[in-house]
Ligand binder design. Structure first.
Ligand SMILES: CC(=O)N[C@H]1[C@@H](OP(=O)(O)OP(=O)(O)OC[C@H]2O[C@@H](n3ccc(=O)[nH]c3=O)[C@H](O)[C@@H]2O)O[C@H](CO)[C@@H](O)[C@@H]1O[C@H](C)C(=O)N[C@@H](C)C(=O)N[C@H](CCC(=O)O)C(=O)O
Ligand SMILES: Nc1ncnc2c1ncn2[C@@H]1O[C@H](COP(=O)(O)OP(=O)(O)OP(=O)(O)O)[C@@H](O)[C@H]1O
Ligand SMILES: N[C@H](CCC[C@H](N)C(=O)O)C(=O)O
Ligand SMILES: [Mg+2]
Length: 491
């Protein structure tokens, strides 16, 4: 593509050099990845400033650079006010606006995004769509899966991925939209057809100034859905029971469909029966009522199913398809995932890493546990420190014994994280075992028939991040081995 053509979305920019005949082979924001004739865009990041790598980009063959200040290079330097926004605009232009060629569903909220995108993926596949998925666990295009670094990638990777999905004839894409992504403009210019909100509770206050700032970031998804009133209807799906509902409803220019347990919600659950191994309820919707019998457990799963059904209804999926898909689903890897090795006690691995999600899952375990509940949990390093005492409090409040351990300490001192969790804790029903493997082993060793161990915080993760290195670690695998050992000892 000619550089002139690529710059078309921009009205104002400065360039002292002639850029008329420059041919661009690709866009790059990482100098290390630059290839001949790429356009390099300098991003001033949290760790380093991309402007400092423009020279490297030139040496690697970049044809031009986009920057926020003059740089002494021999290749043309195009100056703009905001390279983050320009990256999003040019990536969209370069990949020919892929989000407009698909049905795009964005999901935001503190908890439940991954779960909801998986439920939706199953519903749309059940309907017969070719689907794409972008989120915490992986990116998926049809049956192919790809590893990811962020829940919501930067705008360049995002547009490239959506373009690939278009090339693969994907009809519908579900994507998690994190508050970081919204705040950092990673989803600028995306044409969302349906935007879904799950819930808001404390997380990420290392990044956002306070809960209002966090909510403001979440509201951007609904404010930035685009304005195609006549071509295609756009819809916002909101949790009526969450206090954030009214602000989010006011943030969008589009029609809102609400869900919740409240009688006033458009899509709601009645006669809810929360059982140890399944959940049964009547789902009331504007287009008819269905009964849901699902393997998912806990009240939070009712919310996830209501949200999934609401988004599906917005996309004109028949209720029978929704009903069938929700009855078939076995949930999401690392979300309330049982580890079963034939033992007479329960072991559940879950990704709860916020006070609210931890409370939800332990309370759910409590509803069906006759024996004791042991919780193994830690808190991530380089993340919201305010969550630490709150998660510790929840763990001791709802369990018989909490074993506090390391999650991903990252660059923090694991002992300090554990101190942050336990300082001021009044209850005595906890132990501290920094080594996560030991902590899991201890909990499993303590189990008598009918007891349950809840291993929280890391869910699907197959690594433990200590310092800046990732070491192989999978709660499910470790727990399986420990259970096997315990069973062997018995015989
Ligand atoms: C705090 C944050 O969001 N950081 C993101 C950010 O990194 P950064 O600002 O540190 O980037 P940087 O290293 O300073 O680099 C700046 C620029 O220089 C360039 N560079 C750098 C080095 C070099 O040699 N040459 C070069 O050109 C880089 O390519 C980049 O363009 O930009 C990177 C590329 O897009 C992201 O991967 C990275 O996410 C990091 C890994 C991260 O941990 N982010 C978390 C906080 C996050 O975003 N989490 C949310 C989900 C949270 C949730 O809901 O649970 C998410 O969406 O993942
Ligand atoms: N609707 C919900 N409300 C509250 N908690 C939930 C809900 N759904 C799931 N959870 C809990 O939150 C945990 C994380 O769920 P999930 O991975 O779906 O959320 P997420 O929003 O994608 O999280 P992340 O931002 O870390 O990617 C689950 O393991 C479960 O403990
Ligand atoms: N996406 C979340 C994941 C947290 C998972 C938990 N295991 C941790 O490392 O804190 C975050 O980056 O805050
Ligand atoms: Mg997620």
């Amino acid at each position: 593509m000619k550089l002139n053509q690529l710059l078309k979305p921009l009205k104002f920019y400065q360039c002292a050099q002639n850029i008329n005949d420059i041919e661009v082979q690709g866009i790059e924001m990482d100098s290390r990845q630059v290839q001949n004739d790429d356009l390099f865009i300098c991003i001033d990041g949290f760790t380093v400033d991309g402007h400092d790598f423009a020279q490297m980009a030139e040496e690697k063959g970049a044809c031009a650079v986009i920057a926020e200040r003059p740089l002494s290079l021999t290749i043309p330097v195009i100056i703009v006010n905001d390279t983050v926004k320009v990256l999003a605009q040019l990536a969209n232009q370069y990949y020919d606006y892929p989000s407009e060629k698909m049905q795009l569903i964005g999901v935001t909220g503190t908890n439940g995004k991954t779960t909801l995108t998986y439920l939706l993926d199953e519903i749309f596949q059940q309907y017969g769509d070719d689907t794409g998925l972008l989120g915490t666990i992986q990116m998926k295009i049809g049956k192919e899966t790809y590893p990811v670094r962020n829940t919501t990638p930067d705008s360049l990777f995002l547009q490239k991925s959506l373009h690939k999905m278009v090339q693969n004839d994907v009809d519908t894409v579900m994507m998690e939209v994190s508050s970081h992504a919204l705040d950092l403009g990673r989803v600028f210019g995306l044409d969302f057809d349906i935007a879904v909100f799950t819930n808001l509770s404390q997380d990420h206050l290392d990044y956002h100034k306070d809960m209002d700032d966090y909510l403001r970031a979440k509201s951007l998804l609904f404010a930035q859905m685009g304005n195609q009133y006549h071509n295609r209807k756009k819809l916002a799906v909101l949790n009526y029971d969450d206090p954030a509902y009214s602000l989010l409803a006011r943030s969008t220019a589009h029609e809102v469909l609400t869900y919740g347990l409240d009688e006033r919600a458009d899509v709601r659950a009645k006669n809810v029966s929360l059982r140890p191994d399944r959940t049964i309820f009547d789902m009331i919707t504007p287009i008819g009522d269905i009964q849901i019998k699902s393997n998912l457990v806990g009240e939070f799963s009712v919310y996830n199913m209501l949200a999934a059904a609401s988004a599906a209804i917005c996309a004109n999926i028949p209720l029978e398809t929704v009903q069938k898909s929700l009855s078939l689903t076995n949930g999401v890897p690392g979300r309330f995932e049982p580890v079963q090795r034939g033992q007479d006690f329960g072991v559940i691995v879950d990704y709860a890493h916020t006070p609210d999600s931890l409370e939800n899952v332990i309370k759910t375990v409590k509803t069906f546990t006759k024996g004791k509940i042991y919780v193994v949990v830690g808190c991530g390093g380089d993340r919201d420190k305010g969550k630490r005492p709150k998660m510790a409090n929840v763990a001791v409040k709802y369990s018989d014994l909490a074993i506090f351990t390391s999650d991903n300490p990252r660059t923090e001192d694991p002992d300090q994280i554990l101190k942050d969790m336990t300082t001021g804790l009044e209850a005595q029903n906890f132990e501290v075992e920094q080594d996560r493997k030991e902590a899991i082993s201890k909990a499993i060793q303590l189990c008598n028939p009918g007891d349950v161990v809840m291993i929280a915080g890391k869910g699907h993760e197959t690594y433990q991040e200590i310092g800046t290195e990732r070491f192989t670690f999978d709660d499910r695998e470790i727990a399986s081995n420990m259970i096997d050992e315990k069973l062997k000892e018995r015989f």
